[in-house]
Design a protein around this ligand. Structure first.
Ligand code: F6R
Length: 357
């Protein structure tokens, strides 16, 4: 039930710090070590390549998850949109592991790939919020998101839960492989949960940004580099699905290869700047669009912030910034939809789980 909340989406955004703390609890043993199904650990150790299969928001989580696994555990990862993969299967490595990411566990596009990989006896792991679901039952192993029921059509807490479970899985694999990491996932996730809480207390600022940038906007661009690019894709999806504003996420460096033609006087461009190694270049991209009339909104991370930034995020470990930077984007989408009188929890043309291919 949504209790005192006007919408499930807002309630579910607010639940994110608690979900992260719940995941820390569920995936940690009494010696503060990662607690994970040993079969999952073995499957990760046995594979030479991970194939992540997902749709929509879960696909966006997969893109970030690839970075976790490659950077922490040194395993090559491909991320595929399920609906494309099922008829255009790439060459598969000798020892693949298929990871299905699905909040509902019922998405037909993802299931169709699972049926195919099962037919080939490829090992499979489903990461889902619904352990009894089809994708969970039909895969070899399951990791539970522990996010609690997600009712709003626009996915919020499932995304951050997916990222948390993916980083724990990546660190567990790294440890099992004997890779020395200077990174304690539970400590870093606890810092993330606190940062999320602080952001959820700043709703008025997000509402102001939504009012200022998106009340009359026809379209909106999200730009970022590296992990910020993936979060931009998710921010754009949130905005378009509930506010019906045409929104697209772009890699900061890619805009000038064509799409910059769409920038007009006043076009909102939301830029994320949370990654030290690309801070200089993303700010260059902001200047490029501003010079063509765009109205930039810069969301940066403390430590990388510059004068004039629209909003500064509390600092978290650089790998985990997507868990935090997505929250203002969720809230901006929420308030934009609200200001435009849209049905936030049940946007037009959409269903919570897509059970047709
Ligand atoms: C976006 C959204 C959808 C789902 C997608 C996959 O807010 O809700 O893009 O993420 O349909 O759903 P699951 O994760 O249930 O497979």
């Amino acid at each position: 039930e949504k209790g005192t909340y006007p919408h499930f989406m807002l309630k579910e955004i607010d639940e994110q710090p608690f979900v992260i703390r719940k995941i820390i609890q569920e995936y940690q043993d009494e010696h503060d070590q990662i607690k994970l199904d040993p079969n999952v650990r073995q499957a990760m150790l046995n594979c030479d390549r991970v194939y992540i299969i997902a749709c929509g928001t879960s696909y966006h989580a997969g893109l970030v998850g690839k970075q976790f696994m490659e950077k922490l555990a040194n395993i090559p990862v491909e991320v595929h949109v399920a609906s494309e993969f099922s008829y255009n299967m790439p060459l598969i490595s000798e020892k693949p592991l298929f990871i299905y990411i699905s909040q509902s566990g019922e998405t037909a596009d993802s299931r169709s790939v699972l049926v195919q990989t099962n037919a080939k006896d490829y090992p499979s792991l489903t990461i889902t919020n619904a352990p009894g679901s089809t994708l969970s039952r039909e895969a070899d192993y399951t990791l539970h998101l522990h996010a609690g029921p997600e009712i709003a059509v626009a996915s919020t807490k499932a995304y951050t839960a997916q990222l948390a479970v993916l980083v724990i899985l990546a660190v567990d694999t790294a440890q099992a492989k004997g890779i020395e990491l200077n990174f304690n996932p539970m400590q870093e996730l606890a810092i993330v949960a606190n940062a999320m809480e602080a952001l959820c207390d700043q709703k008025e600022e997000m509402e102001k940004i939504a009012a200022e940038y998106l009340t009359v906007a026809r379209n909106c661009f999200f730009i970022g580099r590296s992990a910020d690019f993936f979060v931009g894709l998710e921010g754009a999806l949130k905005l378009k699905e509930i506010s019906y504003i045409q929104a697209e996420g772009f890699a900061g460096g890619e805009l000038k290869h064509g799409t910059i033609a769409l920038i007009e006087e006043g076009t909102p461009v939301i830029a994320l700047a949370t990654q030290a190694n690309v801070n200089y270049s993303i700010r260059g991209n902001v200047k490029e669009v501003a010079a063509r009339g765009a109205y930039p909104c810069i969301i940066s991370m403390r430590g990388l912030d510059q004068e004039g930034d629209t909003f500064v995020l509390p600092e978290v470990h650089e790998l985990l910034t997507p868990l935090v930077s997505v929250i203002p984007l969720q809230l901006i989408a929420y308030y934009a939809a609200l200001h435009r009188d849209c049905d936030v929890d049940k946007p037009r043309n959409l269903a919570k789980s897509v059970t047709v291919e």
